[in-house]
Design a protein around this ligand. Structure first.
Ligand SMILES: [Zn+2]
Length: 220
């Protein structure tokens, strides 16, 4: 896809290099674009940090496929769409990365991508993924989404525990919640009304922007 004129003006002439993962996969990115798009990188590449002096940042613990998605989002300002469970997992990892670097617009964009993937794959959220969301986020509204979706499929939330279908379900719940009180609390205080409203939810319910503008309205 060719960049739009507005994007072209944002590219600038200088580039920076990211080395990602243990194999040091190389990503060359326009400096002006990444700095204007993302405060985390603006701080690194416009300060006296060594990243700015050398134009290089190493991210050895990040996975190249996640940084690749991040770069796709930077350039066309869109996230690719694949409708596979593998891609869904990547969307979660992209979201975790977005929270880690404090990039709320990317959090919201990846949140929407997660919802789109689920809507088309038509699968429930797994116990493992629910636990992973709580392990990898702190303030993300992805937690609310994950709980809502879990409750939607499991028929939990404000209901007597006796409504859970089987001892096996409770055993799995016990496994994923016993080390995580936030998750335990959120599951058992979830609003069960959500179950009937799943397909009519306002997308911004799960966005980080609060009273600020929605990224999806600000698109070029
Ligand atoms: Zn929004």
């Amino acid at each position: 896809m060719l960049p739009s004129p507005a994007l072209g003006e944002r590219l600038g002439e200088d580039v920076i290099t990211l080395y990602v993962g243990t194999k040091r996969n190389k990503f060359i990115i326009h400096k002006q674009l990444i700095c204007e798009s993302c405060h985390f990188f603006e701080v690194a590449f416009t300060s006296s940090f060594k990243e700015n002096l050398e134009g290089v940042m190493c991210l050895p613990e990040k996975r190249p496929e996640i940084i690749s998605l991040f770069v796709s989002w930077l350039y066309p300002d869109r996230i690719p769409y694949h409708e596979t469970e593998e891609h869904l997992l990547n969307m979660y990892n992209l979201h975790f990365f977005a929270e880690e670097i404090g990039e709320e617009r990317l959090m919201d964009a990846s949140m929407d991508a997660i919802q789109d993937e689920y809507q088309n794959l038509d699968i429930p959220i797994s116990y493992e993924m629910l636990a992973k969301v709580y392990d990898n986020t702190t303030k993300s509204r992805l937690r609310l989404f994950a709980i809502d979706k879990f409750v939607h499929f499991q028929e939990l939330g404000n209901l007597p525990v006796g409504r859970v279908d089987s001892r096996k379900d409770l055993a799995e719940l016990w496994e994923i919640t016993k080390g995580n009180f936030d998750l335990f609390y959120d599951i058992f205080t979830a609003d069960p009304r959500f179950r009937d409203e799943w397909f009519e939810v306002d997308m911004c319910k799960y966005h980080q922007h609060g009273g600020g503008g929605c990224y999806s309205n600000a698109r070029k």
